[in-house]
Design a protein around this ligand. Sequence first.
Ligand SMILES: [Zn+2]
Length: 407
Amino acid sequence: MSGRRGTNLPRMGDYNLRVVLDQIRRSRTGVSRIELSELTGLSAQTITNLVTRLIADRRVVEGARHVSGPGKPRTMLHVRPESGHAIGVHIDPLALTVALVDLSGAVVDRRVQPLPPTAAETVDLIAAEVRHVRESHELEHLHGLGVAAPGPIDLDAGRMVRPPLLAWGDVPLRDLIRSATGLATVLEKDVTAAMAAEIWQRHHTLRGTTLFTYLGYGIGFAFARDGELLTGASGNAGETGHIIVDADGPPCWCGNRGCIGIASSMDYLVEQGGDLGLLEPWDPSLPPWRIEVRMERLAALAADGDARARDLLEVCGRRIAHGIVLVADLLDADRVVVGGANWERMRPYVVPAATEELGRFGTMRDLHAVEVEGTDLGIWVGAVGAASLVLDRALSPHATALLSAAE
Ligand SMILES: [Zn+2]
């Protein structure tokens, strides 16, 4: 997101207010009124009026005076982080994570709970978590609740559509959560939310074409260009679990072998660990959190030098890396960010394999480098992203805001 320019037409006040607030938010060291005028293309007088409104609304404060060369020192403007918050919730088979995020993108509070077995119990738990967060913090302005959930999702209806990772069927999740919490609720696919977290947290530097790879209980991808999400016709881009990454890989329920979804799943790794005698025998009735406990043991065995555990994770790392390279090529990405609950365990096996394959086979290897890096947000990336989407919709200048301002 390079920041949008303003418009000097009349009756565009709210849109321009968002443009200015967005530019101030993006500037970590503060920005002066003159710089705002240059950045937005708005006249000095318009900037003065808008900044006066933002200061009166206590969204923005004046900071240090900055002297550069002759002339009047410039007063730097900063957002007041505590002037706005959003709550983000990530529904994942492994856990329910909750994050309270302020206007600067900082995580003010975070909590994690086991995910209940049913959608109804999960909605109740989310309502209780939201109550707890609201009681624990004095929030000047709560912009709403963002919910990240496994795809596919009918974004218009706010429904989960038989997500393969949760046996909940079709659930009108957004409306159920909105009535249970009384908050404006945004429902988004988990990987898209994770990509949004990267954009909101790193809005100063996230240029070019970015591929986010979410490695949790399963795998998913999301895409952005110059800080704008690319989400496809129904908002479900990246639901690509059936990309074949190894023709000799494990059989998938779709009838093929070696699909990335099955080959990278915790279920498959833990089952293999059981077959090799490294873990207890596989039991398909295990709840996801118990599968993750076994996954943790498998990763610890590999880290301690157990050759069979290492081989297993190295093969998996190469398969994931191959999938990442295929998708990075498809997108002509110059940055790959990886995160999710299984990322830290798989990082030592995925990064070297992906770096090697990109260097040897990446189609664009002679044109540009492709960086592979981990998210800084750990297991919180989905919840932080869901909150970021709420803040983005409430505060950032989007074309829809311009249209409604013009009505
Ligand atoms: Zn498949």
